[in-house]
Design a protein around this ligand. Structure first.
Ligand code: FES
Ligand code: FES
Length: 188
């Protein structure tokens, strides 16, 4: 057993854990951030994607002890105003967009541009893949703000969606990229 601390979405989370504990399980079971999903446990589906110190990892493929002392961002961290108290986090928080807006005093404009674009473009059906898609696309668009549709398809090649056929996910990514470029364009 080992006691570790990591920062998840700005909150310090400390626990004594078995050294074999996966980062995915630490995030969900200790941190209470259940938006990060377990789809395969084999690093194949991308549902568990999170950022660790700004780099995307599949959290089922990383030990929690490897993230000790680091800063982890999950899908809930995309719209921090909408992170509910621990006791209110449910599976319905999977994309950070399903809770009634007035439950947290949050407004639609509090969403990350990718979340808003997924909502606008109908880029999810069951939503199980959505947290991983959002995290991977956030990381990608921050580095590649003007992608082609083929670029976006390449970026999400490690993320499986059983529902949408990907078309609307690509639509949403292109829409979000435009929104994310706008402030920079205005500054320039
Ligand atoms: S649960 Fe990690 S890649 Fe599928
Ligand atoms: S929306 Fe159902 S798996 Fe992608």
């Amino acid at each position: 057993m080992q006691t570790i601390t990591m920062t998840i979405n700005g909150r310090d989370v400390t626990a004594e854990i078995d050294e074999r504990t996966l980062l995915l399980d630490f995030i969900r079971d200790v941190g209470g951030f259940t938006g990060t999903h377990n789809g395969c446990l084999e690093a194949r589906c991308g549902c568990c994607s999170v950022e660790v110190d700004g780099d995307i990892v599949k959290s089922c493929n990383v030990l929690a002890v490897q993230a000790a002392g680091r800063s982890v961002t999950t899908v809930e961290g995309l719209a921090p105003q909408r992170v509910a108290p621990m006791e209110h986090i449910t599976t319905q928080s999977l994309a950070g967009m399903y809770r009634p807006l007035d439950a947290l005093g949050a407004q639609n404009e509090d969403l990350h541009p990718l979340q808003a674009a997924f909502h606008k473009c109908h880029a999810l059906q069951c939503g199980f893949c959505t947290p991983g898609m959002l995290m991977v696309l956030k990381d990608y668009l921050e580095d590649n703000p003007d992608p082609t549709r083929e670029d976006v398809r390449g970026a999400i090649a490690g993320n499986l969606c059983r529902c949408t056929g990907y078309q609307h996910i690509v639509d949403a990514a292109m829409e979000a990229a435009e929104q994310m470029r706008e402030p920079a364009a205005a500054d320039g």
